[in-house]
Write a protein of this length. Structure first.
Length: 430
């Protein structure tokens, strides 16, 4: 069977899942009778944890002889709850999951739930090593970790307790990883981290994210496209704005850790920006890069949220010109300050989340309609499907477009979810 890795959550977890696979295989887990299944968990919401538990039970049903290892953020924040599951053989923390020696003792572990847990104090981890990955299984674009952890303490967020303090990968190692991936055929790379825009102050020279972006694009000229994962706009520096304005290979899609549009709620969330800051960032970027589009994470039903406060959440979609919004119904996480605040009824939270999604869908439909009739250079992810520079999905017809190619597509319309189009190659043939 070998080693099977199931990853939940963010792009950083996806990247780490590839490292986990390599390290577990190096430790010999794939050679065990029945092989091994690694569940790489996410802790951002209670639903993410529930899905991980479902995956563990399903893995045991499907692979009764396999060793099952649980790791990731949820394993770090609540290891005992996973160790108490009969299906689980080993629980490994977020730092140790990236080391092959963590998996070597697996065949000798007993069934006592205390013996199953190998989770250290994540706040003792002060460095993030570079892990050279040659490919990302099943992906046409590659992810590169440049940062881990978070020094902020948003009142709703459990992730710092799963990831530890903010720490950066040295710039030279990042450039070498990107160069290696490009040499292996990847044309598009995504920089990932827990708090990406906090990159740099802990390493020599204190380079910012903007400096890193500029350095990658200068030193890896064969890289066709560079993307950023979720960013905290309040941390954007002048070097990043300069790259946005002058580096066409930096893709014009920016996903913001926005969370809300009301100043009082933002303060109670302990966010570092206010509504006006987010609007100003989007206006500045759009002025520098007129083809830019914006996405955002937003929470509906945060404790103490009034109807008027929620109206400010709805209206910031238009105020920032957001084209896509990931909506999260508020989910109290044990151990966070927000879990102790006055909670809204679940019915109100669900109703507001539905209204926020409805407004988000209206914005998305408007965005799709705006692109109809344009010609877009589309990065092909799989036959007949790809992404525009601003990450809008496109389904298209035509010949000669292979995964990993960048092809011109004439956009003919949309279906409310994706753009529809035809490649220029097909048009020429007709």
């Amino acid at each position: 069977m070998g080693v099977e890795v199931t990853t939940f959550g963010c792009r950083l977890n996806t990247y780490e899942g590839e490292v986990v696979r390599r390290q577990a295989e190096a430790a010999g887990l794939g050679a065990l009778d029945g092989g091994a299944v690694v569940i790489n968990t996410c802790a951002v919401t209670a639903e993410a944890v529930r899905q991980a538990r479902q995956a563990i039970r399903r893995a045991r049903r499907d692979n009764p002889e396999a060793r099952i290892v649980v790791t990731g953020c949820a394993a770090q924040t609540e290891p005992e709850s996973f160790a108490s599951m009969d299906e689980v053989d080993l629980v490994i923390g977020n730092d140790d999951k990236l080391k092959s020696q963590s998996y070597r003792a697996l065949p000798d572990f007993g069934v006592n739930r205390y013996e199953k847990v190998r989770v250290n104090d994540i706040f003792e981890v002060r460095e993030t090593a570079a892990h050279m990955v040659d490919s990302i299984e099943g992906r046409t674009r590659a992810f590169v970790q440049v940062q881990n952890g978070c020094d902020h303490r948003c009142t709703f967020c459990i992730i710092p307790y799963g990831r530890g303090h903010s720490r950066s990968v040295p710039m030279g190692a990042v450039v070498e990883q990107v160069r290696r991936l490009v040499g292996n055929g990847y044309r598009e790379v995504v920089l990932t981290g827990v708090d990406l825009t906090s990159y740099g102050p802990d390493i020599p020279g204190a380079p910012s994210l903007g400096v890193l972006v500029g350095t990658i694009l200068r030193q890896v000229p064969d890289l066709a496209r560079l993307r950023l994962s979720s960013i905290d706009s309040i941390e954007a520096d002048e070097a990043l704005f300069e790259a946005i304005a002058n580096q066409p290979r930096l893709m014009p899609h920016f996903h913001l850790s926005l969370q809300h549009g009301d100043d009082m709620i933002l303060k109670r969330m302990k966010r570092r920006h206010l509504r006006a800051d987010s609007i100003a960032f989007c206006e500045t970027v759009r002025r520098l890069r007129p083809d830019a589009s914006f996405g955002a994470d937003m929470i509906a039903g945060f404790p103490t949220e009034t109807e008027a406060m929620f109206d400010n959440a709805l209206s910031i979609i238009a105020a920032c010109g957001l084209s896509r919004v990931h909506v999260f119904p508020f989910s109290p996480r044990a151990g966070t300050p927000a879990a102790k605040m006055p909670q809204l009824p679940r019915t109100v939270i669900k109703e507001r989340a539905a209204r926020l999604r409805e407004r988000a869908q209206e914005a998305w439909t408007t965005h799709l309609a705006r692109l109809a009739g344009t010609r877009q250079p589309v990065f092909v992810e799989k036959p007949g499907f790809g992404r525009t520079p601003d990450f809008t999905p496109v389904t298209f017809t035509g010949h000669g477009a292979e995964p990993g190619d960048i092809v011109p597509v004439s956009v003919t319309g949309h279906d409310g979810r994706t753009l529809k189009g035809v490649t220029a190659v097909q048009i020429a043939a007709e």
